[in-house]
Every structure is written in structure tokens, then in C-alpha cells.
Design a protein around this ligand. Structure first.
Ligand code: NAG
Ligand code: NAG
Ligand code: NAG
Length: 282
């Protein structure tokens, strides 16, 4: 009987606390999402923190929790965690705590929300890469890719995706003859790639994306770039010059023929006149 009483009291007490919290409208973080592009990582959530602040803590072993200074007692509903997270292959979890600015409130009762887990190294999206294309010779085009800068700074240097992903970074190149639908592709660990076995003289178009085969399929490909095409080549140029040379030669030939014909005709006429004159009997 006594234990039932205790349970009853406890129930009544708890429901009072819950009602009190609901009345205070303590804003618990909701819809927590990780957003990460080129290793710049933001945690976002919803709910306005009226009269309250949020503080984000994070862990990768679920034992030690760390504060992120820029994400402590903030009134925004998002926070940039880039400077706090390490882009090595580890799984992070964040905890968003609602904090009161009112010291009289019992802070133990304030709500908190765990984020989904997030592996920065494996899940950060990679944006489109910049690249140039240039004919190397009759059968090869050089694709020169710029390793994109990340949000991570180390020893005063802004790291590139190659600095972070190292040997795991590859580039996938799709290419095709301009105007044709037949596509070929290749991957390379390099940033300057010679694409071989191309037809001389034709224009080719290229598209590039970062490719990380060690990642799960959903995050393996970076965003595909816009296509870049090579210009039609010297052979076409030669052909044009050839055509012009031909036209000039033909014109010259025509002029020569006309002049010759005119000259010959005049001579003949003169001769005829002379002959007719001399043949006239005196
Ligand atoms: C990566 O991009 C996809 C597609 O735009 C998006 O759904 C996903 O949330 C992004 N992931 C991160 C970690 O930003
Ligand atoms: C991640 O931490 C390791 C040591 O734990 C360190 O060597 C590495 O430089 C860190 N990387 C970044 C991007 O902070
Ligand atoms: C690739 O482009 C960079 C500039 O974006 C340039 O410095 C470098 O020399 C180029 N490399 C080759 C092989 O063309």
C-alpha cells in the first residue's frame, strides 16, 4: 500500500513538473541536422530560444563530451562546428542543450536533444571542382583540376580536399565527342590527367567530379561539374587555310587565263588586220 502511495505521489509530482515546463514553454531543439560541404560543417535545428540559449556539446566516443566555444550559449538555431571537429574517420554525435539565462531555474530539468551521428570524413559533401581542358597532342587532352579548398584551417593554412582525403581522393572524368551521345569515363588519383585515345582534330567535352571510393555509395561522388569542351583542332584550321589557298589559286588561274586569252585574241586580231592590209593588192 505504501509503495502504491509513493508511485501515486511521484506521478502527481512528475505531471506537475511536466506541466510547469510546458507552461514555461522551454524550447527543446528539434529537427537536428548536420550540413557539411567541403568539410565546412554546420549543425542546424529548429525552435526559437526565447528567454533561453542553446549550447552544443559533442563526442566521438560517447564518454567524453566537449564544448565548442563558438556554440556555447547562443541564441541562433544553427552553429558552425568546423573549428571543433577533426576530419579524420570518426563518428561524432552532438547534444544540444537548452540553457536558461535565469539562474533561479533548476538547470537539471532543462531539455536537450541528441543529434544523429555524423562522420565528417565519410559524409561531408564535395562541391563541384574547377578544371581546364587543353589539347596535349593529336590523341590526348590534359584535364587540369584544382583541388577545392575546404573549411578547415590548420597552422594558418586552408586545407584542400586533397590535404584532407589524401590517397582516398580520386577524380572521375566523363568525356564524349562534342555532339555525340557515346560517353567514356576514367578515374585518376592525380589532379592533372592526360586523357588518351582521342580522335585527332575533333572537339571533346569533359565533366569532372571528386570520387571517394572508400565512402558509402550515397556520398562517394562530389557534385558533377559543368562540361568544358576543347576547340576543334588544327586539322580543321589547316582545312580552312587550304580552302583559302585553293580559292586564291583558282582566282589567280582564272585571271591568268583571261589575261592570256585577251592577249592572244588581240594579237590575232592585229595580225589579221595586218595580214588583210598587206594582202590588199596595190
Ligand atoms: C549532402 O547533399 C545531399 C544532397 O543535396 C543532402 O541530402 C545531404 O543532406 C547533404 N549532406 C550533408 C552532410 O550536408
Ligand atoms: C585530427 O586529429 C589528429 C590527431 O588525433 C591530428 O593529427 C590531425 O591533424 C587532426 N586533423 C584535423 C583536420 O584537425
Ligand atoms: C594547372 O593549372 C594551374 C592553375 O590553375 C597551373 O598553375 C598549373 O601549371 C597547371 N598545370 C598544368 C600541367 O597545366
Amino acid at each position: 500500500m505504501a509503495s502504491l502511495k509513493i508511485v501515486l505521489y511521484l506521478g502527481v509530482y512528475l505531471s506537475f513538473r511536466i506541466t510547469a515546463m510546458a507552461e514555461n514553454n522551454v524550447p527543446k531543439a528539434e529537427n537536428v541536422h548536420w550540413m557539411s560541404l567541403d568539410f565546412k560543417t554546420t549543425l542546424t535545428w529548429t525552435n526559437k530560444p526565447y528567454k533561453y540559449r542553446y549550447s552544443v556539446r559533442y563526442t566521438w566516443d560517447e564518454r567524453d563530451w566537449h564544448d565548442c566555444p563558438d556554440c556555447t550559449l547562443i541564441s541562433a538555431t544553427e552553429c558552425d562546428l568546423t573549428a571543433c571537429l577533426n576530419a579524420s574517420d570518426r563518428t561524432y554525435m552532438a547534444d544540444i542543450q537548452t540553457e536558461s539565462l535565469d539562474n533561479n531555474l533548476d538547470t537539471d530539468d532543462l531539455p536537450h536533444t541528441f543529434s544523429p551521428t555524423f562522420n565528417l570524413y565519410k559524409e561531408s559533401n564535395i562541391s563541384t571542382v574547377k578544371f581546364t581542358v587543353k589539347r596535349k597532342d593529336d590523341s590526348r587532352v590534359t584535364v587540369n583540376i584544382t583541388d577545392t579548398l575546404t573549411g578547415i584551417h590548420q597552422n594558418g593554412k586552408q586545407l584542400t580536399i586533397r590535404d584532407v582525403l589524401k590517397k582516398d581522393l580520386e577524380y572521375k572524368i566523363i568525356y564524349y565527342k562534342s555532339g555525340s551521345t557515346g560517353k567514356r569515363d576514367m578515374t585518376s588519383h592525380l589532379s592533372v590527367v592526360d586523357v588518351p585515345n582521342l580522335d585527332a582534330g575533333l572537339s571533346y567535352c569533359f565533366m569532372v567530379a571528386a570520387y571517394i571510393s572508400s565512402r558509402p555509395p550515397a556520398s562517394q561522388h562530389g557534385t558533377w561539374s559543368q562540361q568544358q569542351c576543347t576547340k576543334e583542332e588544327s586539322h580543321v584550321h589547316d582545312l580552312k587555310i587550304g580552302t583559302w589557298v585553293g580559292v586564291v589559286f583558282s582566282l589567280a588561274a582564272v585571271i591568268v587565263i583571261i589575261v592570256t586569252v585577251v592577249v592572244l585574241c588581240c594579237r590575232k586580231q592585229n595580225k589579221t588586220i595586218q595580214t588583210s592590209q598587206s594582202s590588199q593588192p596595190i
